[in-house]
Write a protein that binds this ligand. Structure first.
Ligand code: SF4
Length: 472
């Protein structure tokens, strides 16, 4: 029997982290095929809310084609004596968590980037209306966050009628982000941590500081503070900053301690303002990513919505896979768009002086926050298509990274700067690893004494690697 008798499927924490593949999906809502998608929470006056109401604008699930893709807007309106507009971001982020409690219903990402799928089996069991989903959300919000006294939910799937609310949502996200700008990491004693994505990436914990927005781009330091206050046992918690071990790289004793504790010892050190050494871990729902380009010793940036391949020939999905899952991967770094606007953005690596390529659409969103002299020096897909073109562009525009290329390699570096390729005899491992953690489907799998086999090993020198590790 379901947790809720009138809901045709189970609801519970065990369904968090469930993935629904295309072949098993009844419908897809939002996601890469849809431009108009969003979720938004608003705090209203009690008289503006009809408690328990679920409104559907456009086709309901049962009216949708099997395997079809549809736009989706979710608006959660709440009231309560202790609720204030500052809590909207926090309430909104819980839509992700609570939706994922529903059997056969998958929710990914946040804000203007949501991507949901309904499983065929759950549809056949009777989960064929947004009314069921709205009811579950209402009950979970009220039971998990008692400060929510009244709640009404609206789902918009009509392709025409979603446009205006979508635009309004984008404006509200920007207004929220703008409000959180101005405060510096040095000015606060507490940071906040979030473990909401541990169902997908068990060793991941976001460290949210005034100048390092959460990876998903939906929780600011103010949101973190509000969330920890109203729900101290919830996924967002307070971190005592502790001693600044390395202010340049962003290493703090309290952050190390919190990461160690929340990752069950897997992550022991976090450097907040660099993509090298001990970078902040990446979960799976980061808004964008920074990726190191050894050929030019610079960084490329890309966001989730970019559909083409990036300058290194890889699409966002492959770059995301290279760093997701709660790992610390040198040079590959899940980040939010708002962090790109921060003065602490990759500060230890050179900040914007180290960025060489980004999609034009991201540049447009962050250009006002880049150093003025750098705006024309960072290439986009409209300027260059290949690595050779990028090098020419950077030289022509006098990008500061070009200066560093002039350093001649030492004799010792020249000696090792050759590519080695070796066939491996069948049955011989190329590496043995005493402990190898893998995160998958909400579980952490630890391989003990793992042996790795490969047909061929290619050793290729990474130009600029030495410079990069200095966090130049
Ligand atoms: S990306 Fe980070 S802040 Fe956002 S929900 Fe996940 S863990 Fe929390």
């Amino acid at each position: 029997m379901s947790m809720f008798e009138d809901i045709p499927v189970e609801v519970g924490i065990i369904y968090e982290g469930e993935r629904i593949r295309r072949k098993n999906m009844q419908v897809e809502l939002g996601g890469p095929k849809q431009e108009n998608k969003f979720e938004l929470a608003r705090v209203r006056k009690p008289e503006e809310i009809e408690d328990g109401k679920v409104t559907i604008i456009g086709p309901d699930i049962k009216d949708m084609d099997e395997g079809g893709s549809y736009p989706l807007g979710i608006i959660i309106e709440v009231s309560g004596e202790k609720l204030e507009p500052d809590l909207e971001g926090v309430i909104e982020r819980r839509i992700h968590e609570y939706s994922n409690f529903i059997e056969g219903f998958m929710h990914l990402n946040q804000r203007y980037d949501i991507w949901l799928r309904l499983d065929k089996k759950s549809f056949q069991k009777g989960l064929n209306s947004f009314v069921h989903i709205g009811k579950v959300l209402q009950r979970l919000f009220k039971s998990e966050l008692p400060i929510v006294e009244k709640i009404q939910v609206t789902f918009i799937t009509d392709p025409q009628r979603i446009r205006d609310p979508w635009k309004e949502a984008l404006e509200l996200y920007e207004a929220r982000d703008a409000k959180a700008r101005g405060l510096k990491d040095e000015e606060v004693e507490k940071f906040y941590g979030c473990g909401l994505c541990q169902s997908f990436a068990p060793t991941h914990v976001c460290v949210i500081t005034p100048q390092r927005y959460s990876n998903c781009g939906s929780i600011s330091w103010f949101d973190g503070r509000a969330s920890a206050r109203i729900d101290p046992k919830g996924p967002v918690f307070e971190i005592d900053k502790g001693e600044a071990i390395d202010p340049e790289k962003g290493e703090f004793s309290g952050v190390n301690e919190a990461a160690k504790q929340k990752s069950l010892g897997e992550v022991t050190k976090v450097w907040l303002y660099t993509a090298f050494g001990y970078p902040h871990t990446s979960c799976g729902c980061f808004e964008g990513a920074a990726f190191y380009i050894p050929e030019v010793d610079g960084f490329g940036l890309v966001h989730r919505g970019y559909k083409d391949v990036t300058i290194n020939g890889l699409p966002f999905s492959t770059i995301a896979d290279s760093t997701a899952g709660g790992r610390q991967v040198d040079g590959f770094h899940g980040i939010s768009i708002e962090y790109m606007r921060s003065p602490k953005f990759l500060k230890a690596d050179g900040g914007w002086n180290r960025v060489v390529w980004m999609p034009a659409s991201v540049k447009e969103r962050v250009a006002d926050f880049m150093p003025k002299e750098m705006v024309d020096k960072v290439a986009t897909e409209n300027d260059v298509k290949t690595m050779d073109e990028l090098k020419v562009f950077l030289k022509e525009r006098n990008h500061p990274i070009v200066e560093t290329w002039k350093e001649a390699p030492t004799a010792a570096e020249e000696a090792v700067a050759v590519e080695v390729e070796e066939e491996i005899p069948e049955g011989m491992p190329v590496a043995t690893v005493p402990t190898m953690p893998i995160a998958a489907g909400g579980y952490k799998i630890i391989l003990k004494d793992a042996k790795i086999y490969a047909k061929k090993v290619i050793i290729r020198p990474l130009k600029g690697e030495k410079l990069a590790r200095k966090g130049k």
